[in-house]
Design a protein around this ligand. Sequence first.
Ligand SMILES: [Zn+2]
Length: 108
Amino acid sequence: MERRKGELSDPPRIYVWCNSCSHQWHTMVALAEDGAGISGHVCSSHGFAGYDMGFNSEQKHERYDEHYPDGWELIWVEDFKASMAGDSRFAAAIEANRARADLEKANA
Ligand SMILES: [Zn+2]
């Protein structure tokens, strides 16, 4: 799944994936390319992710617009490990997020 907003030819990316899959609930997270966690959603069905996270709806777009006012590209990550290995921008986003978490810990 992908969704784009804005006129940029190469917009910043927002990666979305299911961080915990169980038969009772699913925790979706949205991670901006700069490492900021910008949204999350808990839902009862993995199949609702497209709607809940704004791929085929306007859900969460306000948050995305707030973070990247000039536009963004929403990318669904189905296989976390494969994306870590095959998409250097995703791997960099995860790395940036970890660096931020480390920073928060250091400042705590
Ligand atoms: Zn799931």
